[in-house]
Design a protein around this ligand. Structure first.
Ligand code: SF4
Length: 356
């Protein structure tokens, strides 16, 4: 491992054990370190009472121990909380904590700074891609938000689900997102189950074809249109991988029993909310393994698209249900703080970060 390139927060327990062994330390110390980081959310080495000083010094000198930092947060009226999280190079990303029933608290994490995909309905898409996040930075969002919630809201706070739906296309950053997912799932650490994690993709076909090499988490496809001309207008990636190629790849995703693929569908007035769009969806989607999640378009300043009326949204959902599909409409959360899907955009330029 090159010096300081590996984050302390990017290793599975077994990898940390092996690393410590390679460095001449006792393997079991990894369990203690893991407990401090991923169970107690304690990042101050001085508090790690059962970890030897030599190991702490070794970490400081050889691993990247920087923890991403909450630099701003905003609470929406509906309880959704958006966090602006600063990285070591002063770039920032957003992560959004979304409460739901049964004490669920889902963290929507970012996988890149900006995004290369350029969907035309997406605020983040206007930024372009600055860089991929490292594994430590993806995991670090979870750690930083949990730490912040425990210090400021509830000392028992726990994020129960993860969705890769923040800034960036997670499959464009395949290896780092895959490794972060393994860390999220580590039983003796955060311990999230496969069904608690959702990977969302805009339709990067070569990477979808590699999903058999990814932990078997939930998969969501940002479909948004059932006809190539409309999808290309919304998502330029459709030029490279059109609906035929996309669905060839989707059919190869290894699905465990009782598993579904979720199709995200942003409903935009007079563009993809018509009868011919319902017909197109019926042709494309296999009822037995497909769920449709309608997301009424969230208008933002300068957006060229409009949200359909509530009656139209209800009609579209009812029609899909009538045709035999499981279809829900996502309640838009956090719109008053621009935290809803497609509205994430770094506010870095508005903030003077890293003053301290
Ligand atoms: S919707 Fe997702 S994939 Fe598309 S530009 Fe925005 S962040 Fe990127």
């Amino acid at each position: 491992m090159a010096k300081k390139e590996v984050s302390l927060y990017s290793l599975t327990l077994e990898e940390l054990r092996e690393y410590l062994k390679e460095q001449g330390f006792a393997k079991f110390a990894a369990d203690q370190v893991y407990n401090w980081i991923f169970k107690r959310y304690e990042f101050d080495f001085d508090k790690w009472s059962n970890v030897s000083g030599k190991i702490k010094k070794h970490f400081e000198e050889n691993l990247d121990t920087f923890l991403p930092k909450v630099v701003w947060n905003g609470l929406s009226k509906d309880g959704t909380r958006k966090f602006l999280i600063g990285m070591n190079d002063s770039n920032t990303v957003e992560a959004v904590a979304i409460p739901a029933k049964n004490n669920r608290l889902t963290l929507c994490v970012s996988s890149q700074i900006g995004c290369a995909i350029g969907c035309t309905f997406c605020h983040t898409g206007t930024m372009g891609l600055t860089r991929h996040l490292t594994t430590g930075e993806v995991v670090g969002q979870y750690l930083a938000v949990t730490k912040w919630l425990r210090e400021n809201v509830d000392e028992e706070a726990r994020l129960t689900n993860i969705v890769y739906m923040g800034q960036g296309e997670p499959l464009h950053n395949f290896n780092n997102v895959k490794q972060a997912t393994k860390v999220f799932m580590e039983e003796k650490g955060i311990g999230l189950g496969q069904r608690k994690i959702t990977l969302s993709t805009s339709g990067l076909v070569p990477q979808i074809e590699k999903l058999q090499d990814f932990p078997p988490v939930n998969v969501a496809i940002s479909l948004h249109a059932a006809h190539n001309n409309i999808r290309t207008e919304l998502m330029p990636i459709n030029k490279a991988y059109d609906l035929t190629r996309l669905f060839e790849a989707i059919r190869k995703i290894p699905l465990k029993a009782h598993r579904w693929i979720t199709y995200e569908y942003i409903l935009i007035a007079d563009l993809n909310d018509r009868v011919e769009d319902l017909d197109g969806l019926s042709d494309l989607l296999d009822k037995k393994v497909s769920k449709v999640n309608l997301i009424p378009f969230n208008e933002y300043p300068e957006s060229k698209f409009k949200r359909p009326s509530d009656e139209k949204i209800k009609w579209f959902q009812d029609e899909l249900n009538r045709r035999g599909y499981i279809c829900t409409t996502r309640t838009t959360k956090g719109t008053d703080i621009l935290a809803a899907c497609g509205q994430l955009k770094s506010e870095h330029d508005k903030l003077n970060l890293w003053a301290d």
